[in-house]
Design a protein around this ligand. Structure first.
Ligand SMILES: Cc1cc2nc3c(=O)[nH]c(=O)nc-3n(C[C@H](O)[C@H](O)[C@H](O)COP(=O)(O)OP(=O)(O)OC[C@H]3O[C@@H](n4cnc5c(N)ncnc54)[C@H](O)[C@@H]3O)c2cc1C
Length: 447
């Protein structure tokens, strides 16, 4: 029986819990969200942090307004910012299951790349390739077709064989080649426009070791030998040192040699600081001297340690993927423009090659491409540099990296992807109210 005292106590608790909920929501608004570089800021009304799919479905159904999933916040474009509900997937992390025969592993979407390496190693599996750093979540990485480098290797989304998606209406869909295959190929690279991805199944391979070699070499010589080098080395990239004739080259080759103890990782920060402190007109002399002094290095390590680096200094980045044949000329024009106009750029460019895949909005759909990146320290305004360089990328048929600074909207993007309008139609059918959209996504999708 409910006594008066119990009734009063119950009402007090109910109103207190309402008070705390609205306090928590007000506090959520006070705690801003920022991306890694600090250039993007948002004040979400609520942070939803589900620990299970059932809870996520309840949270979506119980919420109103915009919904934006966030991974590790490492994108430079405004894919995540929202004043609505930010969905944080940190509690849905780890290995779910694996298939030894098929070389597949299913992981929770919020798993960080850094955790996935040792996790997969324990079950004698490994990712084929990894990007430059490993702080991202798996869902965040595939959402923008995040990639490493290697002629015969795809971006991470190219190895996805299955997904579980919770749509904005709270429906739970299992997608793969045989189940809803259109949605599967669209959702693999969908920057959180279709709903929340909770599980990802990857094609994996057996664990492997890499011999990593680094050296400095004249950029023109590296370009001349590029086709042969990417055949000789499983993973291969060059970092042109702006204002000079040199590049830093990093080559990884698979090996059975014994592991070596990794010396403390260096993130290139010292080099960049030294270059940044030198007047632009003196940089060529400085870099040529440093390149002459640079001893080649070599080390053998596990693939997941070899392929990823630490990046302490915060920056913003623009990256476009260019058809392979046009890559060298595009790179030359960027380097020549920066030199001719004495633009103050201290961070080396990055030039990588990535194999083609078939996700509708993968930057690499339709065949291999080279990616070229330009960086600006986070403390500097990136617009003067990026506005100057971006039209050069357009001239060579570039596609912007979804997670890196660019200015393209719907009209231009639909010319770059054969399935762009199909993607937009699918998005609208799953999300008729546009709950998954923020201003940036509306601009991308023309909705
Ligand atoms: C220092 C640095 C180095 C980088 N190096 C590389 C590199 O080598 N190669 C490369 O290609 N890129 C690189 N990037 C870019 C980065 O990999 C991408 O921007 C990636 O998308 C970031 O992943 P994240 O987990 O931080 O996701 P976020 O940036 O938080 O989100 C990215 C997208 O994923 C969506 N998303 C997140 N979780 C989910 C989910 N569960 N379901 C549905 N959608 C979701 C978000 O809504 C958003 O649209 C680098 C970035 C930095 C800062």
């Amino acid at each position: 029986m409910i006594t008066r005292r119990r009734f009063l106590a119950g009402s007090m608790l109910a109103s207190l819990s309402g008070y705390y909920t609205s306090m928590a929501s007000a506090l959520d608004r006070l705690v801003p969200w920022r991306n890694w570089s600090g250039a993007l800021i948002a004040h979400p009304r609520a942070r939803l942090a589900p620990s299970s799919e059932d809870q996520l479905v309840d949270q979506i159904k119980g919420s109103t307004g915009a919904i934006r999933p966030v991974g590790a916040g490492h994108s430079f474009t405004a894919l995540v910012p929202t004043d609505g509900n930010l969905v944080v997937m940190d509690k849905m992390s780890g290995l779910i299951s694996h298939n030894e025969q098929a070389n597949e592993a299913t992981l929770w979407a919020g798993t960080r790349l850094a955790d996935s390496g040792p996790m997969l190693d324990k079950i004698s599996q490994a990712m084929f390739n990894l990007p430059d750093i490993d702080r991202q979540t798996l869902a965040g990485a595939i959402a923008t077709s995040t990639h490493g480098t290697g002629r015969d290797l795809k971006s991470l989304s190219g190895y996805v064989t299955g997904l579980r998606l919770v749509t904005p209406s709270g429906e739970v869909l299992d997608l793969d080649e045989n189940n809803n295959s259109d949605l599967f190929h669209a959702a693999r690279v969908s920057f959180g426009a279709f709903g929340i991805i909770t599980r990802i199944r990857f094609r994996t391979r057996e664990p492997f070791r890499l011999r990593t070699q680094t050296w400095a070499e004249k950029t023109e010589d590296v370009l001349e030998k590029f086709d042969q080098s990417i055949e000789d080395h499983q993973h291969y990239e060059m970092m042109p040192l702006v204002h000079s004739d040199y590049s830093l080259v990093v080559a990884h080759t698979e090996t059975d040699e014994p592991l070596q103890t990794l010396v403390e990782e260096e993130d290139g920060g010292e080099f960049i600081s030294m270059v940044a402190a030198t007047p632009v007109m003196l940089r060529k002399a400085l870099i040529h001297t440093l390149a002459g002094l640079q001893d080649p290095t070599e080390v053998v390590s596990e693939s997941f340690n070899a392929l990823t680096n630490l990046r302490h200094d915060r920056f913003n980045e623009m990256e476009y993927s260019i058809p392979v044949a046009s890559g060298p000329d595009c790179l030359r024009e960027i380097l020549a423009t920066i030199k001719r106009e004495s633009i103050d750029v201290a961070i080396p460019l990055e030039y990588r090659i990535i194999g083609g895949d078939d996700a509708w909005l993968s930057m690499f759909v339709g065949g291999p491409r080279v990616s070229i990146s330009v960086h600006r320290m986070a403390s500097q305004d990136y617009r003067p540099l990026f506005n100057r360089i971006e039209p050069i990328f357009w001239k060579y048929g570039g596609r912007p990296h979804w997670g890196k600074v660019h200015t393209l909207g719907y009209d231009r993007l639909r010319e770059l992807y054969p399935k762009y309008d199909d993607f937009v139609a699918l998005q609208a059918s799953l999300d008729p109210q546009g709950r998954m959209l923020n201003d940036h996504l509306k601009y991308l999708l023309g909705r």
